[in-house]
Write a protein of this length. Structure first.
Length: 379
């Protein structure tokens, strides 16, 4: 039987991984923002003109390069990043090359652009509410990570693009290294393997977390999400490689361990992050015997019932289409390295996140039957 050694399997969690825990992904968050600005709430409808201007400008920009309708990569990350870029004004490196600001933008925001900051702050305040895990039971499928680690028998490196606390709160039975010492101070050295202090999982929160904050000395620490006034989070690609840790360190760690891994298990990731895509592409190009197992429902617009009713032949056709789509995004020439898995995150973590399943999907030989893993409901 083919066996996997330490760090030969890593997990990447995208927004779709938490959707079954009733945590909205970035496209759903955009809908929530639009509902708020179109409501009678004065704290939100004051941003309506600004939002309409920003959105139409993003679609106009993508349209120039031939992207229209669903091909426009418009989500909460791009909205907030655009607000941040505009707020920089004269500090932006492109400012000397800009003849003048669009008159409509100045008309909406005023010359000090203060409304941009208020809009961003309002979004972040709501975001903490949106990504809160209301009931741990609805996210119990995350225990599949613990069961998989126990079967794998090596520390499992989990990289997540999500701000939520699903892994920390549901996988309580595992020893999870998050990078904080006994004084709640972040220290990158804690992610080094230490035989005297073994860990079950290393958790890398690439975009930050709703319970992270800076203390009075500017050091990263954590507290309950409810008490964190300004969470330390970043929004997608624009600030991924900024010079500040832990974000720069985590990006480097993903590059390092993706190059080492024989299998990257991507769960609920939509391939909308250029830096993550680039590092996955590097990992696949570096070794033709390395694979990307990409887990997402192929019928996301139809729902579970219609999904389950599809024939095997129809699923195979859509899997090939998905394989080609991911390969095009990653600019990957070897389609055989990309294995789409038609599954919701909760179903996959409960039923298929196991070594034997991975061996079969990768067409590795001498698999043996393994009894279904039972999710441990004990919290």
């Amino acid at each position: 039987m083919h066996s996997f050694g330490p760090d030969e399997i890593i997990v990447l969690l995208g927004a779709g991984a938490s959707k079954d825990a009733e945590i909205p992904h970035s496209a759903d968050m955009i809908k929530k923002v639009e509902e708020l600005i179109n409501s009678e709430d004065r704290n939100w409808n004051c941003f309506r003109d600004l939002y309409n201007y920003i959105r139409s400008s993003i679609y106009y920009s993508d349209g120039i390069s031939g992207k229209f309708d669903n091909n426009v990569n418009y989500n909460i990350e791009r909205l907030v990043n655009t607000l941040d870029e505009l707020r920089r004004k004269e500090e932006h490196p492109l400012y000397p090359f800009i003849g003048s600001w669009n008159p409509r933008l100045i008309e909406i925001t005023g010359r000090d652009f203060e409304l941009l900051g208020k809009f961003k702050d309002a979004i972040i305040t709501k975001l903490r509410e949106w990504v809160a895990l209301r009931h741990e039971d609805i996210a119990d499928y995350y225990l599949g990570l613990v069961n998989f680690k126990n079967e794998y028998q090596h520390p499992l490196r989990i990289f997540t693009l999500n701000y939520d606390l699903c892994v920390e709160r549901v996988c309580k039975t595992a020893i999870i290294e998050r990078g904080f010492d006994e004084n709640k101070k972040w220290n990158w050295r804690r992610f080094s393997h230490n035989e005297n202090d073994p860990k079950d999982m290393f958790l890398y929160k690439l975009h930050g977390s709703t319970n992270w904050q800076k203390d009075e000395n500017g050091e990263l620490t954590y507290a309950s999400p409810e008490s964190v006034a300004k969470p330390e989070i970043i929004f997608g690609t624009t600030y991924k490689l900024q010079y500040l840790d832990p974000f720069l360190f985590f990006a480097y760690q993903f590059r390092q361990w993706s190059l080492e891994a024989k299998v990257i298990i991507s769960i609920g990731y939509g391939y909308g992050d250029e830096h993550i895509n680039g590092m996955i592409r590097q990992a696949l190009d570096a070794n033709q015997q390395h694979f990307l197992l990409s887990v997402s429902p192929l019928f996301s617009n139809e729902g579970k019932k219609e999904n389950e009713a599809k024939t095997k032949e129809e699923i195979e056709i859509l899997e090939r289409d998905k394989q080609k789509q991911i390969a095009q995004i990653l600019d990957n020439k070897d389609l055989g390295q990309i294995i789409p898995v038609d599954s919701y995150a909760s179903d996959f973590m409960k039923n298929n996140l196991r070594l034997n399943y991975i061996r079969k999907k990768l067409d590795l030989k001498d698999e043996e039957d393994i009894f279904p893993i039972v999710i441990n409901q004990q919290q």
